[in-house]
Design a protein. Structure first.
Length: 375
């Protein structure tokens, strides 16, 4: 039934298969080995179906029945992570390491939490490095190398971080030491900086540049309102300072309430189908205050190019992509591939404002654009 559900892509058959696995688990005197096989598969299929809450409940029941089984506890921790209950996952993984101190799987996942949730970079780097070194199933993963390198970078160990990225390239996890996106389409041209007027989007960029003052004035009018709608970034990328964003389009969808407050800008952007329909991108105003530093980071995918239209550009602002640093100019577009490492500084005295517009990578086919999942 499970196999048939895959072949027929039937949710009904999949749910029937899950119920059958659970029936096997409930059999009187069921052997422990069979109980575990059925339980792990049921939990896995629940997750595949999107029933992560049910998966958590089942795995928790299994840990109660067989408390000494480390594998089930690790799976429970992952299920907690999938539903955003990172604190519960942290508790489970901490208990696992008390029982099995050499569990590489537990170490990388706990390291991931310590880095992303707690900003405990020292301990996160230690656990991630130790966990990866075990080469256990599930630890040689781009997200763990990504977190390890980033943790090392943030504690001033940039040389070690680059070595980690080089190892990940050798493992086939990153496209290059600088291009570290995890959701990629193979074969796309990858380079840090692009000439805006040498792409198929040149007419779009010319429209943006022609209308930059109109766009600037609309952005400034938002910043002058009491409830501006600009929100802080939420990905832990900011080292110091103040950096906020105002989204107009995201993941191929128009944000109606925000576009109602910036109608002229949204009307212009609506002329660019490869921007407004870019399911792996955004269109947004970005305002950065003086004394702000954004950590070196990479975007999630190589499927887009990111343009910045300079609106208010004081002196002392700069952006590095890979190993080349540039700045913005008012009324001009810069274009880069944000799947490459980039870092931003604002050492000026006035706010910096840009309009960010993501476009599909120009080498993607129409079929790929339609069928790629949103990010």
């Amino acid at each position: 039934m499970d196999k048939l559900a895959e072949v027929q892509r039937s949710n009904k058959l999949l749910e029937d298969a899950i119920a059958e696995y659970q029936r096997v688990m409930s059999l009187k005197n069921v052997p422990e080995e069979l109980y575990l096989i059925a339980g792990k598969r049921a939990a896995d299929r629940m997750g595949f179906r999107g029933f992560w809450g049910k998966s958590v409940k089942l795995l928790y029941e299994m840990t109660e029945k067989i408390p000494q089984n480390v594998e089930i506890r690790n799976l429970l921790a992952v299920a907690y992570l999938m539903i955003g209950q990172n604190k519960e996952a942290k508790k489970v993984l901490t208990e696992v390491l008390k029982v099995k101190s050499d569990s590489g799987f537990a170490k990388v996942h706990l390291g991931f939490i310590l880095k992303t949730d707690d900003s405990n970079y020292e301990e996160a780097a230690k656990l991630l490095r130790e966990g990866i070194a075990t080469r256990e199933e599930g630890v040689i993963d781009g997200k763990f190398y990504f977190c390890l390198g980033d943790a090392l970078y943030r504690i001033g160990k940039q040389v070690e971080a680059m070595k980690v990225y080089e190892e990940a390239v050798q493992e086939g996890l990153f496209l290059s030491v600088y291009q570290r996106s995890l959701y990629n389409v193979n074969g796309l041209t990858g380079k840090p900086w692009w000439d805006p007027l040498s792409t198929a989007y040149a007419p779009d960029f010319k429209i943006l540049e022609k209308n930059w003052q109109l766009i600037r004035d609309e952005a400034l009018s938002l910043t002058n309102e009491k409830n501006s709608g600009f929100l802080p970034e939420t990905e832990g990328l900011q080292d110091t300072g103040d950096w906020k964003q105002f989204e107009l389009f995201a993941r191929g969808r128009k944000i109606e309430k925000n576009c109602a407050r910036a109608p002229k800008t949204c009307s212009l952007i609506s002329q660019f189908p490869d921007a407004v329909k870019c399911k792996r991108g955004q269109v947004k105003f970005s305002i950065m205050q003086p004394a702000t530093h954004v950590w070196a980071h990479t975007g999630p995918t190589n499927c887009r190019l990111r343009s910045h239209l300079g609106l208010v550009i004081p002196e002392g602002t700069s952006i590095r992509v890979a190993n080349e640093t540039r700045t913005w100019k008012e009324g001009k577009v810069i274009l880069f591939d944000d799947s490459f490492e980039h870092e931003v500084w604002h050492n000026g005295s006035k706010p910096r404002i840009v309009l960010i517009v993501d476009f599909w990578h120009p080498e993607l086919t129409d079929y790929q654009k339609r069928n790629l999942t949103p990010i």
